[in-house]
Design a protein around this ligand. Structure first.
Ligand SMILES: [Zn+2]
Length: 246
């Protein structure tokens, strides 16, 4: 083989590896380890909100959920929650599930095991201390994971939760109706396949505690109205885990 052909072969192999890595990072992939992605009933929808608490927009989400009598799951960033303990408690006291989204929302994939453990453990300790209640669920920042991330979460007693429907609500300027439509496409796809939907929306952002989330709030309003009208049932991830015994 010539040097040129060898280099081309290595290039193809590298590209294949990159492709395999990217597929393993899809939110529904189980290649890096088992995660909870959805429930067994196509009519069930679990709303999940990441990257809060956010003083303004988390409260607006809570108001919409309260008005619709719907419970949801909030994956919060530990360092934001520390500054807003009253809001964290408000989420919990309203009957929503509080989950761990790491202490500082860094990509855990490139960290040592010790740092991954500290990010997850210290977030859990902070949340449990503020809530006086156990935290059982974890979602990795950006959904990025490798086997060690999932193993460490499990060792800390946490079930990792991913998602299978999203509205790309973090893209700036995306109108609420477009967010809603993207989420509903996911729901339809899941329902056809006989799966429940775990919907990802954001009440906060990874760059700071005060992200502008007015558009996801408006999209949530549409989703609640239309979900009820379509005969869906809103649940939290704790309705799905641990799974019911057959
Ligand atoms: Zn996040």
């Amino acid at each position: 083989m010539t040097a040129g052909a060898e280099a081309a072969g290595a290039g193809v192999a590298a590209l294949a590896l990159v492709g395999a890595w990217q597929r393993a990072q899809w939110s529904t992939s189980q290649i890096m380890g088992t995660t909870l992605v959805h429930g067994p009933n196509g009519r069930e929808l679990a709303l999940t909100f990441d990257d809060g608490p956010n003083e303004r927009y988390t409260q607006e989400m809570l108001e919409k959920l309260e008005a619709a009598q719907v419970r949801a799951t909030f994956f919060v960033v530990g360092k934001y929650a520390r500054n807003l303990p009253w809001l964290l408690r408000q989420i919990h006291e309203a009957g929503h599930v509080v989950g761990n989204h790491s202490l500082s929302h860094h990509n855990l994939v490139y960290m040592t095991g010790a740092r991954i453990r500290a990010e997850i453990r210290d977030c859990n300790a902070a949340l449990e201390d503020m809530l006086g209640a156990r935290v059982h669920f974890f979602r990795p920042p950006f959904g990025k994971r490798r086997p060690a991330v999932l193993r460490i979460a499990q060792e800390l007693g946490l079930q990792t939760v991913m998602w299978n429907s999203m509205g790309f609500d973090w893209r700036s300027g995306r109108p609420p109706k477009q967010i809603m439509k993207a989420v509903e496409r996911g729901i339809r796809r899941n329902r056809k396949a006989g799966r429940g939907s775990t919907i990802l929306l954001h009440d906060g952002g990874p760059r700071g505690p005060n992200a502008d989330r007015g558009r996801p709030v408006a999209a949530l309003g549409f989703l609640l109205e239309r979900g009820h009208a379509a005969g869906s049932r809103f649940v939290t991830v704790s309705d799905w885990w641990p799974p019911a015994q057959a």
